[in-house]
Design a protein around this ligand. Sequence first.
Ligand code: SAM
Length: 260
Amino acid sequence: MKDFNFKKSLGQNFLIDDNIKKKIVESANIEEDSLIIEVGPGNGALTKMLVNFNVPVIAFEIDERLKEELLNINASNLEVVFCNFLDVDLRMFLSKYKYKKIHLIANLPYYITTPIINKVMKETEVNEMIIMVQKEVGDRFKALPNSKDYNSLSVFLQYYFDISKVTLVSRNSFVPKPNVDSIVVKFVRKEELLDVKNLDMFFKFVKDSFKQKRKNLRNNLRNYDLDKIDVLLKNIGKDLTYRAEQLTLEDFVYIVNNLL
Ligand code: SAM
């Protein structure tokens, strides 16, 4: 990669730490009928290891200057696509492949971390995601109630996935060295999801509850039937003076299901 002019605007920080690459790849639970999606393969640091699983690997890279590096990876199970991942019709793309399990394994471009996750969740039934993200963002994904990082995104993601840390990654593991530290986080789709009567309403309620983080539920939920919510909260030993960060995923499900 000598003389490569890294673009900050594309989140180009390439992983140079073999130990971290190994940890990412080894934490994946790939099976015969798996398919791997990689977003932002860069110069192929992870891609070259992912193809060794011998399952289809589709890598989406926006920067055509990386064509030579990526197209030189000699693997018949690899398809490299040069495009903006956010513009891809993933369902259409995947329709030509045979697979049962989908894995997103990637050192993500940080400026679009959440849009990428949202897209993959919306357009596929992704089973596992092993992704490198900015440390603070990863802390929010896996945050538990009563911690400062717990927010509506934590509840949303934890509804679908068990989320755990694979490893912390120092900024020295990249070229060029970024201004932030990173974390590799693993998401595994839950086999059984909690029974939510109306998902749209559930996620809206969670979002509204966290609208102003410092405010309590009474303030954030003014547009709802507060009397009813108060009764439901009291049933679980809480009340409207609590803040959203004090409610568990199960608490939210209980309240919303009984508000209907
Ligand atoms: N996977 C490589 C590694 O670990 O060294 C590179 C990771 S780098 C953090 C992020 C990569 O995402 C860059 O190669 C960048 O060009 C690419 N990228 C940025 N925006 C993208 C987008 N919208 N669609 C696809 N790739 C994108």
